[in-house]
Design a binder for this molecule. Structure first.
Ligand SMILES: [Zn+2]
Length: 373
């Protein structure tokens, strides 16, 4: 006798994860896309989040993560078969017609989620394009003075890269229930993130406050003493993209760092004459998806199935990643190695290299001749 495959796991994981969280009676916010709250396992206040669009959960602290079935296992501390029974009931011998109906239902859930994700991507891309269109040339603006504060004096960079622009009244929005709320409005450096094809896919903004030593806005989180909102945010789809700060004719070397300031510091230092300088927006974007699992955390092995990961253009023969010393060094290195290995696998002949910056300092700090703030 043959046992047909149990249809329940696919069905369970196709369920909206918010519904599963409700069944588990989790104390969690009511956001439309992302809901945060205390971790049901390790506590805290907002370290635990559930993303309804990706249908996954994640705890920043204890590392619990996964889809709806994983959530049941995580919260109830049960095995996979027990979680299945809890969520779907015991396995039933279904007729072929019932199985087909269930498979269709699961497929429909998945399609709906993907359509919603596509719609969202198109929407934020449009919003990014509007912001870019409304921003100004950065010459003679607070952007120049902000970069000067970060060690990049105007005479080091007489021509402002066209990838950087200025917005005098950038709105700082935070999630609020199912919508958004403006909590601040002020000057910002706007950087255009271009996708692989060279189209604007996102804007990266740094809110400027020249009364601060590093020139960045410090925005306290209401009701949470000591906590501040990040001074930098990305709107749009940054995946696989880069902020193309400088791309000289005939370049065959691409130098990349996570931050705009670090990339610019390397650029004005003219470390490799004739090289292009692109900012990778963030480490995860430079790394792409990695193979994870037992013993792989620091292995730096790229998941080659990640079709959206950053990939350097065809003209790049030498790819140099700058490793900032101010984040966790082993993990940072593993991520950068993942990105380089993907690039080397997909661009035969390309040489990859990581340039570490002294621990506790980023290149920008080194250039400024100061330590940490
Ligand atoms: Zn946790």
């Amino acid at each position: 006798m043959s046992y047909p495959q149990d249809p329940r796991p696919a069905e369970a994981n196709a369920r909206p994860i918010f519904d599963v969280a409700d069944m588990l009676e989790l104390t969690i916010g009511r956001g439309h896309v992302e809901r945060c709250g205390p971790c049901p396992v390790c506590g805290g206040t907002d370290r635990f989040s559930i993303n309804g669009r990706k249908n996954v959960f994640n705890c920043r602290r204890c590392g619990g993560k996964g889809g709806p079935l994983d959530l049941v296992m995580f919260v109830r501390g049960v095995t996979f078969p027990q979680a299945l029974d809890w969520l779907c009931g015991p396995r039933q011998e279904l007729s072929a017609a019932e199985q087909a109906a269930r498979a269709e239902k699961a497929e429909e859930n998945k399609r709906r989620r993907e359509a919603e994700a596509d719609r969202h991507r198109a929407e934020v891309r449009r919003a990014a394009t509007v912001i870019w269109g409304e921003s100004y040339r950065a010459d003679d603006t607070d952007v120049v003075r902000y970069l000067e504060r970060r060690g990049i004096a105007p005479d080091m960079m007489p021509v402002m890269p066209s990838a950087l622009r200025y917005q005098p009244d950038a709105r700082y929005m935070v999630p609020d229930g199912s919508g958004w709320r403006e909590i601040y409005r002020g000057p910002a450096m706007v950087a255009g993130v271009l996708d692989r094809q060279g189209w604007l896919s996102a804007v990266h903004r740094t809110w400027i406050d020249l009364s601060r030593p590093k020139g960045k806005l410090v925005l306290p989180v209401e009701g949470k003493p000591g906590e501040t909102w990040p001074s930098k945010k990305v709107l749009g789809s940054k995946k696989g993209g880069a902020i193309r700060l400088h791309t000289p004719e005939g370049a065959d070397t691409l130098i990349m760092a996570e931050g705009i300031e670090t990339t610019l510091s390397a650029m004005v230092a003219d470390a490799v004459p004739g090289a292009a300088y692109w900012c990778g927006v963030d480490l995860g974007n430079m790394a792409g998806q990695r193979k994870l699992g037992k013993g792989l955390k620091y292995a730096g092995i790229p998941d080659m199935d990640d079709a959206e990961a950053f990939l350097p253009p065809e003209w790049v023969r030498r790819l140099i990643f700058i490793q900032d010393g101010d984040s966790e060094p082993r993990l940072t290195r593993a991520k950068l190695e993942s990105g380089l290995r993907r690039a080397m696998a997909l661009r035969p002949g390309l040489r990859g290299q990581i340039v570490p910056v002294a621990v506790g300092q980023d290149l920008n700090d080194v250039l400024m001749g100061v330590g940490n703030e």
